[in-house]
Design a protein around this ligand. Structure first.
Ligand code: AMP
Length: 299
C-alpha cells in the first residue's frame, strides 16, 4: 500500500496505473475510518484494479464555528483499516498542498446547496465540490464511491459530474448502521453513552415518517410531525431540520406523490448528526394484487 502526500506523487502513481490499463476506484473520506467507510472500500475493491482512498479533513467545507480543529485524525489507525481493506493507494495531503497560497478557484452550484444542510452550513457544499473536483483531477478515478448517508452531498456531486462532463462513474452505497440503528459516523465519537442512546432515536424518527407514509399520509406537515414526536422523546436531541423533500432536487414537497426523501439533522451534545431515507410508494400492480387477495399492500 502506497501512502502519498503530494499531488505530484499521486499524479505519477495514477499515470503509471493508467498506462498499465488499470481502472482506478476512489473512496474519498475525511478519515477516522469506521464500518461505513469500510463498506465503501469493500464495494470499491471489486470495482477496479487500483483502490484509492483519500484522507483529507477539508478546511473549506467547515464553517468558522464548526469542528475543524476537533475533528478526529487517527491517521495510524486509518492506515491499518486501509491495509485491512485492500487499499492500494492512500492520498493524504496536507491542507497547504490542496490549497496553496493564492488559491482562488471554487465550484459553486445554484440551487442544490440552498436546502437541508446547506441552510445552516453556508459554503459547505462549495467546499465539498471544490475538493472533490480536485481529487477527481488528481486521482483520475474511473469510479468514485460515496455514501447515501450524505444524501445532499451525493446529489451535488452527481450534478457536478453531469454538468462538467467529468469522466467518472459515481456510485452510491447504502447507509451503514450500528445495531441500534444509529448511522455510523466519525462524529459519533463525540457522543457520551447517553448521547449515543438518544441518537438512536434519529433512525426511529425516520421510521415513524416512513410508517406515516405507508399508512397513507401525504401531507409533509403530518410526516414531519410524526418524526418530530419521536425526536421529542429525548431532551438531548435538538432538531435542526426535518425535511420531506424531492430526492433529486431536494426541494420541499408540498404533497408526497410516489417518492420522498425524509432527511433529518439533529444536534446531540457536541455532535451534529444527519440521517435520511428515501420512501417509494409500493408499485400499483402489487397494491391491486394485494387488494384482490384481501391483504394489506406491502410497503
Ligand atoms: P466522511 O469521512 O464522513 O466525509 O465520509 C466519507 C464517505 O463515507 C462519504 O461518501 C460518506 O457519505 C460515506 N459514509 C460515511 N458514513 C457512512 C455510513 N454510515 N454509511 C455509508 N456511507 C458512509
Amino acid at each position: 500500500m502506497k501512502v502519498l502526500h503530494t499531488v505530484a506523487e499521486a499524479r505519477s502513481e495514477v499515470r503509471a496505473a493508467k498506462a498499465a490499463g488499470k481502472r482506478i476506484v476512489l473512496v474519498p473520506t475525511m478519515g477516522a475510518l469506521h464500518e461505513g467507510h469500510r463498506a465503501l472500500l469493500a464495494a470499491g475493491r471489486g470495482a477496479g484494479e487500483v483502490l484509492a482512498l483519500s484522507i483529507f479533513v477539508n478546511p473549506l467545507q467547515f464553517g468558522p464555528s464548526e469542528d475543524l480543529s476537533a475533528y478526529p485524525r487517527p491517521f495510524g489507525r486509518d492506515l491499518e483499516v486501509a491495509r485491512g481493506s485492500g487499499v492500494d493507494l492512500v492520498f493524504a495531503p496536507p491542507a497547504g498542498e490542496v490549497y496553496p497560497q493564492g488559491f482562488e478557484t471554487f465550484v459553486d452550484q445554484r440551487k442544490l446547496p440552498n436546502h437541508l444542510c446547506g441552510v445552516s452550513r453556508p459554503g459547505h457544499f462549495r467546499g465539498v465540490l471544490t475538493v472533490v473536483l480536485k481529487l477527481f483531477h488528481i486521482l483520475e478515478p474511473d469510479v468514485a464511491i460515496f455514501g447515501e448517508k450524505d444524501w445532499q452531498q451525493l446529489q451535488t456531486i452527481r450534478r457536478m459530474v453531469q454538468d462538467l462532463d467529468l469522466a467518472v462513474e459515481v456510485r452510491a452505497h447504502p447507509i451503514v448502521r450500528e445495531r441500534s440503528g444509529l448511522a455510523r459516523s466519525s462524529r459519533n465519537a463525540y457522543l457520551s453513552r447517553a448521547g449515543r442512546a438518544a441518537a438512536a432515536l434519529v433512525r426511529r424518527a425516520l421510521e415513524a415518517g416512513r410508517l406515516a407514509l405507508d399508512r397513507g399520509a401525504r401531507d409533509p406537515g403530518r410526516i414531519r410531525a410524526a418524526m418530530a414526536r419521536v425526536l421529542a422523546r429525548s431532551p438531548l436531541l435538538v432538531p435542526e431540520y426535518a425535511a420531506v423533500a424531492d430526492p433529486e432536487t431536494l426541494e420541499d414537497l408540498s404533497a408526497v406523490a410516489d417518492r420522498a426523501l425524509l432527511a433529518l439533522a439533529v444536534r446531540v451534545e457536541r455532535a451534529r448528526l444527519i440521517d435520511n431515507l428515501v420512501w417509494r410508494a409500493a408499485p400499483r400492480v402489487a397494491r391491486a394484487g394485494a387488494r384482490r387477495k384481501g391483504r394489506k399492500p406491502l410497503s
